[in-house]
Write a protein that binds this ligand. Sequence first.
Ligand code: NAI
Length: 254
Amino acid sequence: MTGEDQRAVVVTGGSRGIGRAICRTLARPGTHVFFNYYTPGDRQEEEAAADETCKLIESAGGKATGIWANVADKDQVKDFFKQVMDACGRIDVLVNNAGITRDNLLVRMKESEWDDVLEVNLKGPFLCIQIAARVMMKQRSGRIVNIASIVGVVGNPGQANYVASKAGIIGLTKTAAREYASRGVTVNAVAPGFIETDMTAKLPEKVKAAMLAQIPLGRPGTPDDVAAAVRFLASEDAAYITGQVIHVSGGMYM
Ligand code: NAI
């Protein structure tokens, strides 16, 4: 099979957590999974995590490419997608998953905390959708899935920046869905509740217990729970679904 025959799947923030589970779940023979990853922290640790994601994709029979690229940086995003197009000449699925938190009460929130979160969580998806949608519209097919959050719908004290970014991604999803529907491209969002990943591991035990008490299904979610919803929305079976937000929250939001 040549590169041009491969189905191309692009996942942002694939080195860990939910993004890694999405990469593994979408991987199969005939599929090339491209993912990016980035941290202002320990690059070596992030690269080791990315290598692990590549192994999981390959074990599922897919081809894997992990690229160090910041979704908030236009040039790095352009270069990331260039590598996808050079290898496959097409983009079948885009999952905007990369996301960060910089929590603080609104009155104490620094401008940099606001800007960092909005840049990664909302400008990142905007930049990626702009590039991928052009390709998908020409193909007259494509699936875009954005990872939002339950808090983007219900709000959360201490997360004004994050909540604004996640509410924003829901609006972005619905607008992109309307703009691209006539070209066979669907755009949906998945809104996870409380999922066990590095992002939530740093929450205080008291906060975790309070969240758990609000989950009717009585357990935190796993990255695989979220990836299963993404797999469905990225599949042929979801051809008639667009502009929707699917909550994967154990019933936290109904
Ligand atoms: P995580 O912190 O475990 O992993 C984040 C991933 O994003 C990593 O692969 C990292 O390399 C990548 N990343 C971070 N900044 C980046 C940047 N500037 N450019 C490119 N990649 C970058 O996070 P987790 O928990 O797996 O979250 C994934 C998504 O799910 C995020 O959008 C998050 O907001 C959302 N989410 C998570 C929930 C949870 O309970 N864990 C709940 C609701 C939504």
